[in-house]
Design a protein around this ligand. Structure first.
Ligand code: PMP
Length: 367
């Protein structure tokens, strides 16, 4: 086969372990998945109603490729023109589309490390050179990123709040950075966890889109809206950027149910606020736990927390797995002594903290 050379060293995305897989392997009755930053409270009852009522008769027709109804509702909700939106099969697809539209062999792209794996993956797929700039104590090194930009740079990826550290960039720092990025370099601002942010000095990404013509904001319905399996995300950018990206997406990339579910989800902002508040309360409990046990953690503006156990993250991961908690080993995420834990319900969080305590007792006993 004449495979493109750049794909030969790439691996497929490694998802977190499935509940069924762990049940079988450990013979456990209850398994809790705190690995993929999903919403532990599910989704709004308004979504449930729409999904239950959606007759299967419409499934034989192609969906509305332009997602007209959802576009109208979201544009009203966000207060931006409908022409400044693009809808995709999860935010993942948008990242892929952006890389496809701008990257190729001979060009380069700059990003933090560790950050969300798909920026690098999609860039390598297109044959571009990837320039990674290490985080400084969990934060983007924005000056370091600026230093790596040159005439061949086509995209800079910024994840705020960052996955896997959960740390956000302040409004002042982000704008200082955007002021210095050349206007022909696209800045991708991935705000997958935007809805969880509570920090006062967070920026208003949509007004930044109006101010910076080289900015695209990436968001998703997979997290606080609880629609991960529907696969629906969107981008907000200038009309010129959206126009350039539209031909790259598949004609029917978002399906009927996903569009309807997202539309219903948008209409229940009470659910969103409730989830954000519960998440914040539970995060505080994780902070307390870490302080009590002298564990370093990264202050998070998301629905996950990265905790540094100062030992092999795989070891912590395996121990927690044996107790029925699927988390993410930092080893796969570029933070080898850490684990990343999605914030669950009170019961799930108490359980995983108990399991972490057992791990700490177990390791101090064998030291
Ligand atoms: N960006 C970040 C930072 C993420 O963490 C994720 C999901 N883990 C995505 C994008 C992709 O989200 P989606 O489910 O919408 O494809």
């Amino acid at each position: 086969m004449k495979w493109n050379s750049q794909i030969l060293n790439l691996n497929a995305y490694q998802p977190g372990k499935s509940i069924e897989e762990v049940k079988r392997a450990y013979n456990l009755e209850h398994i809790y998945k705190l690995a993929s930053n999903e919403n532990p409270y599910g989704y709004s009852n308004k979504v449930k109603k729409v999904v239950d009522e959606e007759g299967s008769s419409t499934f034989s027709y192609y969906p509305d490729g332009y997602a007209t109804d959802l576009r109208g509702e979201l544009s009203k909700f966000l207060g931006i023109e409908p022409t400044k939106l693009i809808f995709t099969n999860g935010a993942d697809e948008l990242l892929h589309i952006i890389a496809k539209a701008l990257l190729a062999s001979g060009k380069n792209t700059v990003m933090a490390t560790p950050t969300f794996s798909q920026y690098k993956h999609n860039s390598l797929l297109e044959g571009a050179e990837v320039r990674e700039v290490p985080l400084i104590d969990g934060e983007h090194d924005l000056n370091g990123i600026l230093d790596r930009i040159d005439h061949q740079t086509a995209i800079v990826w910024i994840c705020s709040p960052n996955n896997p550290t959960g740390i956000y960039i302040s409004d002042a720092n982000l704008q200082e950075f955007l002021n210095q990025v050349p206007k022909d370099v696209l800045v991708v601002l991935d705000e997958a966890y935007f809805d969880y942010v509570c920090a006062d000095d967070y920026y208003d990404a949509l007004s930044l889109v109006n101010k910076y013509s080289n900015l695209i904001v990436v968001r998703t319905f997979s997290k606080i809206y609880g629609l991960a399996s529907f696969r629906i995300g969107y981008g907000v950018a200038s009309e010129e950027i959206i126009k350039a990206l539209e031909p790259v997406r598949q004609p029917f990339n978002t399906n009927v149910l996903a569009q309807k579910a997202a539309l219903a989800a948008l209409k229940d902002q009470e659910f969103v606020t409730r989830c954000r508040n519960l998440n914040r309360e539970e995060l505080e409990r994780f902070y307390q736990f870490c302080d009590q046990h002298s564990l370093k953690y990264y202050p998070s503006q998301t629905n996950f927390i990265l905790i540094d156990f100062q030992c092999d993250g795989d070891e912590v991961f395996s121990f927690l797995l044996s107790k029925g908690y699927i988390v993410r080993s930092g080893k796969q995420l570029g933070a080898p002594t850490c684990v990343r834990i999605s914030v669950g319900t009170r019961e799930q969080n108490e359980g995983v903290m108990k399991a972490m305590e057992a791990f700490l007792n177990h390791t101090s006993a064998i030291k």
